[in-house]
Design a protein around this ligand. Structure first.
Ligand SMILES: *[C@@H]1O[C@H](CO)[C@@H](O)[C@H](O)[C@H]1NC(C)=O
Ligand SMILES: *[C@@H]1O[C@H](CO)[C@@H](O)[C@H](O)[C@H]1NC(C)=O
Ligand SMILES: *[C@@H]1O[C@H](CO)[C@@H](O)[C@H](O)[C@H]1NC(C)=O
Ligand SMILES: *[C@@H]1O[C@H](CO)[C@@H](O)[C@H](O)[C@H]1NC(C)=O
Length: 367
């Protein structure tokens, strides 16, 4: 019963417009460690190497009781509850922390700078705050400021909570896209690095064997499928065990997508088919592409700048055939009360990260 509810929720989301599916996308970012400013990402190095051995001693420290400081290595395990304070030495310091603290504009987080150090404080941290915390020295050359790569320090912090062996997630059904020749991640991260984690398929019930090549587990990321294929589709969950407790994660719907990379495939349609002066018309420019591929539309048309027109851009996910999901992006140009000036060539330009496709349609008067 429960499974079916979950499944239909998942499907529902596939059918929804823009808004809620974008939320899904945002959720996927939660595990990432965003760097501010400049939004570069820091790559965590695993397996853990000797602390501090790589590039001098870390300037990232945790402030303990009575102001005692301890230098942090690449991972730190701590208990949630008490205020959590990090300090980084230097007079110009930048920070990054799990993105969702920004997404929700969390007032529990504050950063204070002083002459000698910068301090990040997270009041009442919880299991959900588990993630990479990083600080770096800002170097300025005139007005250009940048991060000092050699003085960037990161620690992945586990807020271990036995009631939440998995880092809690705001949604209960997440979609993971599988693509040929690209690793996919089932993002069930844990709050205790010592938990034993396994990956399970729901129907038919089956544990997915991990080995060091095709399926691996990284507690800071989740299960990494090196070379996903169609056979990995379905509903999955993770199970974590520590001495005495065992918990399961939220569900993940793994979907296989197979769309060739390239400029968008565009179709352009005019409605109604035969246009007369005085008609209201819609010109629809539609693109089918990869679920996460943004498409930007722009229009060139006869009445440009002389006539108020309305454009509406949207996208949704559609299921096509067995286990294929594509994204349908659309821009609709609406013109009311067609005038002489409005007849002629309508050009839609659709652009994705691989290129641009231009399509043209000619609207002639049937009067
Ligand atoms: C986030 O919080 C800051 C300070 O509390 C406030 O100035 C800002 O308007 C908030 N932004 C949003 C999007 O809520
Ligand atoms: C890992 O598992 C996959 C599929 O279960 C199998 O094909 C592969 O040979 C295994 N590799 C090792 C090193 O055991
Ligand atoms: C144009 O699109 C709008 C909104 O999608 C719709 O309500 C309207 O009926 C369409 N008009 C024509 C002529 O297709
Ligand atoms: C689409 O436009 C936005 C905002 O103008 C831009 O940030 C983004 O990079 C563009 N995407 C593509 C694929 O051109």
């Amino acid at each position: 019963m429960k499974l079916w509810i979950m499944l239909s929720l998942g499907m529902l989301c596939l059918e929804l417009q823009n808004g809620s599916c974008q939320q899904l996308k945002k959720r996927k970012d939660i595990g990432d460690n965003r760097i501010r400013p400049g939004s570069k990402r820091v790559k965590l190095r695993y397996p853990i190497v000797k602390e501090g051995a790589v590039k001098g001693q870390s300037l990232l420290t945790q402030v303990l009781d009575k102001g005692r400081l301890i230098r942090l290595g690449q991972t730190t395990t701590t208990n949630p509850g008490k205020p959590f304070e990090l300090r980084c030495k230097g007079n110009a310091i930048g920070w990054s922390y799990p993105t969702y603290l920004d997404t929700y504009n969390d007032s529990r987080l504050s950063i204070k700078h002083s002459d000698k150090y910068s301090q990040l404080t997270l009041i009442s941290p919880s299991a959900a705050d588990t993630g990479a915390y990083s600080c770096w020295v800002i170097l300025c050359d005139g007005t250009e400021c940048d991060r000092d790569q050699d003085r960037t320090y990161v620690s992945y912090i586990y807020f271990t909570d036995n009631d939440n062996l998995f880092v809690p997630s705001a949604i209960h059904f997440e979609i993971v896209y599988l693509r040929p020749n690209q690793p996919a991640v089932v993002p069930c991260r844990v709050t205790n690095p010592r938990a034993k984690v396994s990956l399970h398929r729901e129907v038919p019930p089956e544990e997915i064997e991990t080995n060091n090549t095709l399926v691996t587990y990284d507690p800071t990321k989740g299960f990494v499928l090196q070379n996903p294929s169609k056979k990995h589709q379905g509903v999955f969950y993770c199970k974590a065990e520590t001495s005495g407790t065992s918990q399961i994660s939220t569900k993940y719907q793994l979907l296989y997508v197979e769309v060739p990379k390239g400029p968008p495939y565009v179709s352009l349609k005019v409605s109604p088919e035969f246009v007369r002066g005085g008609d209201n018309i819609n010109v629809t420019c539609a693109v089918l592409g990869e679920p996460e591929e943004d498409v930007n539309f722009s229009w060139i048309y006869p009445g440009q700048d002389q006539r108020p027109v309305h454009t509406h851009t949207s996208w949704r996910l559609v299921k096509r055939g067995t286990g294929h999901t594509t994204r349908m992006s659309k821009s609709i140009l609406t013109i009311e009360d067609m005038e002489t000036i409005d007849f002629g060539k309508y050009i839609c330009k659709a652009k994705n990260s691989h290129g641009e496709t231009i399509v043209v349609t000619n609207i002639i008067s049937k009067n």
